[in-house]
Design a protein around this ligand. Structure first.
Ligand code: FAD
Length: 517
């Protein structure tokens, strides 16, 4: 007999993991071993546009977790299941083989995953298992925050005020889930479970192998494990931003530039939009894969401030950063309330018929960072090499694809998902729909970024541009942001694909009357 915890690719941690914690207490109470199951599903990865980097990061984390759990005599068993529709029945059969009395998992909010879990739960219950699915991914659970009229919020600011009030009225939202208890060491000798300790975590999933150089970069700049995530958070709280870029200095060995007053988080309110400085936490891959909990991130800001309440105002660095963590909750709440966004539908249905351009040449140039707009190209090249892109740049390139090139946001969303290490349906979809004005932006469609003025603000000296668009490294002064055709030709840099002013007008026309050309 046993109790099983089904770990997913969004909750890759042992500490502060509610389902794992609950499964452990039940196992202790019933004096049976706790077993951890991890399902590998290549078909799901394909259907959900997962990239090799994300899968590689997942496996690197699972391998570390297996070791740590083993020290607690808890086996972690990985199993590859295909087709994906058979996951519920195969999971339940495996649990029956193990004579599991209970199955515990954290809730996923994506439609396919919800359906899978409901089916698993129904099958398990029929077989007499206790199936417990708990909320863990977010700080405040979906469905809690409502407008005065009892509706789901569709705009961030009022939602965020309620989020912060709700949190500060009951700080239990942030409480840490107790750590799992060790199994009795005899489980290692058990006929059924003993062998699970020895089965290795696969090094790769067929079709999702990083190219050698890429895999090396990812391992260096995105080390796996909760310890690495925690150090990343320390780095954000305790060291000041450098005038360096991701890739130049390894984040965990960059050396102490510790300072109580000057640190990334305190300077975040002003610094967060500077793409030439390494100002943000770079925690997104860890949060997306659940290597660190969002609760832990907010708790650490309270310890940092020695505060009894959560700070979430726009005026301070800490407050502003907590607001970013709140965005993650917000987009998951949207996903849970409007499942259509999981299925490629616009949040605002009235934009379902916007007419998109279909130039493969333009789309390819955007993907490769050859649009002739330096900030767009630098950002795309940054992502292509490091699996991560600065938030301001994500907004700029998404707005450029959808409003300047007038290419369907879903294509951009998919490319991001395939290449980002932090690719997450809720945040990625939310970001793309925000940029394409089909989503929750409080401003309507006429928010169209001018990429050149954006570039001048977020990279005033052009250091970021020179780092990634090496062709232009020798271009002096402000021209780096907007090279003339002659300069572009002289440096073998592409000329602009479209004229921003004309493209803007076309976008406004098409959004104003979806369906028009
Ligand atoms: P910090 O600035 O340090 O913020 C801390 C954390 O807050 C982040 O790690 C993230 O978990 C959360 N966060 C910050 N901004 C946002 C936001 N706008 N929406 C949701 N959560 C946020 N984020 C993802 O995690 N995965 C994605 O796939 C993703 N796709 C995006 C696509 C577009 C078009 C846009 C505009 C944004 C997207 N974001 C996504 C949000 C944001 O760009 C990243 O979370 C952020 O750049 C990660 O860097 P960081 O960890 O240093 O962030």
């Amino acid at each position: 007999e046993c109790v099983a915890y089904w770990m997913r690719m969004e909750d890759l941690r042992i500490v502060d993991n509610r389902a794992l914690s609950r499964a452990s207490s039940k196992a202790q109470q019933d004096s049976v071993p706790l077993i951890v199951l991890f399902v590998i599903s290549p078909q799901d990865y394909k259907a959900h546009d997962r990239g090799a980097r994300r899968i590689d990061f997942m496996l690197r984390n699972v391998a570390l977790l297996k070791e740590s759990l083993s020290e607690l005599h808890i086996p972690l068993h990985t199993v590859s299941i295909s087709p994906r529709k058979s996951i519920p029945s195969k999971v339940i059969s495996l649990l029956q083989e193990w004579r599991a009395s209970g199955l515990y998992a954290n809730i996923s909010y994506e439609v396919d995953e919800l359906r899978r879990d409901i089916q698993t739960c129904e099958l398990g219950t029929k077989k007499g298992m206790r199936c417990v699915f708990v909320q863990d991914r977010l700080i405040i659970d979906p469905g809690i925050l409502k407008t005065k009229e009892g509706k789901v919020y569709s705009v961030y600011s009022p939602w965020q005020r309620q989020w912060l009030d709700t949190l500060n009225q009951n700080l239990d939202w942030l409480s840490e889930a107790p750590a799992p208890q060790a199994n009795n060491s005899e489980v290692r000798q058990s006929k059924t479970f003993g062998k699970l300790f020895d089965s290795p975590v696969p090094e790769f999933v067929e079709g999702y192998q990083c190219e050698a150089e890429d895999g090396k970069n990812m391992t260096e700049f995105w080390p796996a494990g909760t310890e690495a995530a925690s150090q990343m958070l320390d780095r954000f709280l305790n060291t000041k931003a450098r005038k360096s870029q991701i890739g130049e200095v390894s984040p965990l060995t960059e050396g102490a530039e510790s300072s109580a007053k000057q640190n990334r988080i305190s300077e975040y309110a002003e610094g967060r939009n500077r793409v030439d400085l390494d100002t943000s936490s770079r925690l997104s891959p860890y949060l997306t894969s659940g290597v660190i909990s969002a609760r832990e991130c907010v708790r650490r800001t309270m310890t940092f401030l020695k505060a009894k309440q959560v700070k979430g105002d726009r005026g301070s660095g800490v407050g502003m950063w907590v607001q970013e963590i709140a965005w993650r909750d917000f987009y998951n709440h949207i996903l849970a309330a409007a499942p259509r966004v999981s299925m490629g539908r616009p949040y605002h249905e009235k934009y379902a018929n916007v007419k998109w351009e279909t130039s493969e040449k333009h789309f390819q140039a955007w993907k490769e960072g050859r649009t002739g707009v330096p900030i767009v190209d630098a950002a795309m090249r940054q992502m292509n090499v490091f699996g991560w892109m600065h938030n301001r740049c994500r907004m700029i390139v998404a707005m450029y694809l959808t409003k300047d090139l007038m290419i369907d946001w879903r294509l951009g969303e998919r490319y991001f998902s395939q290449n980002l290490l932090d690719g997450d349906l809720a945040s990625n979809n939310g970001g793309w729909q925000w940029a394409a004005s089909t989503g929750t932006d409080a401003q309507p469609y006429f928010r169209v970024f001018n990429p050149v003025s954006q570039s001048m603000k977020c990279d005033p000296d052009g250091a970021y541009l020179r780092r990634y668009v090496t062709e232009l490294a020798k271009v002096k002064g402000k021209e780096i942001h907007d090279p003339s055709p002659d300069t572009a030709d002289a440096h073998r840099y592409p000329r602009k694909l479209v004229d921003h002013k004309e493209a803007r007008e076309r976008a406004l026309r098409r959004y104003k009357e979806p369906g028009s050309l």
